[in-house]
Ligand binder design. Sequence first.
Ligand code: SAH
Ligand code: SF4
Length: 393
Amino acid sequence: MLRPSKGIHLYASLEFNIRPVRGPHDRWTRHRFRPVNAPVNLLNLLPADAERVLREFALAQGEPAYRGSQIVQHLWRNPVEEFSQITTLPASFRQRLAERFSMPRLNVLARQRSRDGTQKFLFSLPDGQGIEAVAIPEENRTTLCISSQAGCALRCAFCATGRMGFQRNLDVWEIAGQVREMRLVDSPVSVTNVVFMGMGEPLLNLPSVIAAIRVMNDPLGLNLAGKRITVSTSSFPDRIRELADSEAECSLALSLNAPNDALRRELMPKASHFPIDELLDAARYFVGDGRRRVTLEYVLIKGRNMSPVDADELATLAHAQPFKLNLIPYNPGRHSPYERPNEDDIDRFVARLLPTAPAVTVRRSRGVDIDAACGQLWNEYLMQKKKPAKGAA
Ligand code: SAH
Ligand code: SF4
């Protein structure tokens, strides 16, 4: 029997060979039983757990124990598409591995390259759902913006993913697998940073997100330090605390988008169930003793949240926090009732924030010619950028 690592709730479903699926009436509670001898998906396990399972399997097959660590190298670090490609293993053992285990790939439906080097990937999942990821190269890093859910239940008024509604949560392998795919595709992409700013609300899929981050942190996994991974959320103070207390190492971005609860209720009706004060308390808890970083995200929407009064309120609010403020000019995408502000509007808003607000950055769009920011999949992530906006502190 698989022995799950502490806190990886997902393993419970592996142990009992059941997994939630969407049903016609109640898509959150219906369950389907998988055949008991269905192949175990190694990408849904922490590398150490996968290694243990593989070692036990190897020994049972009369193979040496070191086969476990030999195979685990090819799950994430130096991934292969199928076991038959691990040519250091005896052919008959590779065959038996393939019967007992799986390491599924995401299917790349489309890959678009922008003139500025940004690449957008459209993946299809085994049940036909689609998700997107965007790779954004900068001078000395490449950030991959990944999805945590297909669709999103929160339906923020300005967000294209919100308009899709909720489809389903992604499994661990589907989340971390977006980074893995970058190592497997033709002309591989060398990802140095990950942001959860693609489709979905990560904190509404927290167990899988935590497990996926642990796979990313793990030297035997994707080997990305916590400061290189950022979870972006719109709400849920208790879950922010749960993430802080978990074994996942990451930074946090809080999508504020309005300087007061009344305006936030208009723009983010469901996410604003918790007042801004409670969210900021949780964000301070996340920072803890200063080991982790939090950024406040603020999408700039022309004529909606950019008045001088909005700027003053936001400046006062940000001034009281130990967090940086990240301004994101709205990307209207298609069929959006909202507009992107022009450069003058943005400069005026930034000038009004200063000098009261602490460090302010403005995120500029990338991959515009491939629609890489089509409502959701975000571009250049400036949280880690040193360079503040013109005149910023
Ligand atoms: N659900 C999470 C993460 C995904 S959204 C969250 O809301 O934080 C990631 C970021 O993209 C959020 O800051 C959100 O406010 C922003 N965003 C959504 N649609 C956008 C758009 N059309 N233009 C600019 N930013 C957008
Ligand atoms: Fe969901 Fe985030 Fe979009 Fe709001 S902004 S609908 S929380 S993905």
